[in-house]
Design a protein around this ligand. Structure first.
Ligand code: CA
Ligand code: CA
Length: 299
């Protein structure tokens, strides 16, 4: 018999939502005939139907590739065969990468935070605006046979430059994820070299996935699906590239579907609530028509 793991069903949910989440987890396990991974139920931050969005708020920065201010630490491989390792703190053989001859540029999320801190003087080049999708890669990602050809094409960075000027960049996306079809979703970030993704529902504390330091190019999603309702979920995504190819892509999938870049209409910067036909929406439309009629009568 399958063991049903409901330990991650959010305890702050209403009793009804919690029961529904557990029921769905059980149903999924029975259908799959395999050990069950309970989905995480998360009510929307803003519940209800919202107007289609136009993309995500985006800020990109690039810093000097010779910067040695990284706060990431490194420990060399040991003679006994232990591999080298990164850390955000010193001690136990770890030393700050910036104090090594090769320790230039961005090495981790701590550096992302330094570049994106309010008033930071690190950026040499910056861009901000709204992007239709979260799917940006640099020129080397586009041309790398193990980049775009393998992981999918990406839009160019919003600032252009030589290959050297497409290194040591950060990206920061904010806004809302719009769910119009409730159900089980997962979100996955394609990254090179690192990222964090936070999603806020109604309970105030975000769900988060991340990859710190420098890692091989990969897409990482949540361990469990998220059971989402109709409405908006606030999100924040940060990413960085040190050298060579760099990319950031936010995709979602429903149930057992395939990863798909989150479509523009599901990325919202300014929430506009809409009402279901037959209720307040129809009333509002009727009042607007009446007002227009009266306006015409007066002229
Ligand atoms: Ca690059
Ligand atoms: Ca890279």
């Amino acid at each position: 018999m399958n063991k049903i793991d409901t330990s991650t069903v959010n305890p702050s949910m209403t009793q009804g939502a919690r029961a529904a989440a557990i029921a769905l987890a059980i149903a999924a396990g029975v259908l799959a005939g395999a050990p069950v991974q309970a989905a995480i139920a998360l009510d929307p931050l803003l519940a209800g139907q919202y107007a289609a969005g136009s993309g995500a708020n985006a800020v990109f920065h690039r810093i000097d590739g010779a910067w040695t201010g990284t706060s990431v630490h490194w420990r060399e491989p040991s003679e006994s065969g232990a591999p080298g390792a990164y850390s955000n703190t010193g001690g136990d053989g770890f030393a700050r990468i910036g104090e090594r001859g090769w320790g230039t540029g961005l090495w981790g999320l701590a550096d992302w935070r330094a570049v994106n801190a309010p008033g930071s003087t690190l950026p040499l080049q910056s861009w901000s605006g709204v992007l239709a999708t979260i799917n940006q890669g640099d020129a080397l990602y586009a041309s790398d046979p193990h980049g775009a050809a393998l992981w999918g094409a990406a839009d160019p960075l919003p600032f252009t430059g030589s290959d050297d000027q497409q290194n040591n960049w950060t990206a920061h996306f904010t806004g809302y994820l719009r769910i119009s079809d409730p159900g089980a979703y997962n979100f996955g970030v394609l990254y090179d070299d690192g990222f964090f993704l936070r999603i806020w529902g109604a309970d105030g504390s975000p769900l988060e996935i991340s990859s710190d330091f420098l890692s091989p190019r990969e897409r990482l999603g949540f361990d469990q699906d998220l059971l989402l309702g109709t409405g908006l979920y606030r999100f924040e995504l940060g990413a960085y590239d040190r050298i060579e190819a760099g990319v950031v892509n936010l995709a979602w999938k429903q149930g057992d579907g395939v990863w798909q870049t989150v479509p523009t209409e599901h990325l919202v910067t300014d929430p506009i609530a809409i009402s279901a036909p037959g209720t307040a929406g129809v009333l509002a439309a009727g009042l607007a028509a009446f007002a227009a009629f009266r306006s015409r009568k007066r002229t």
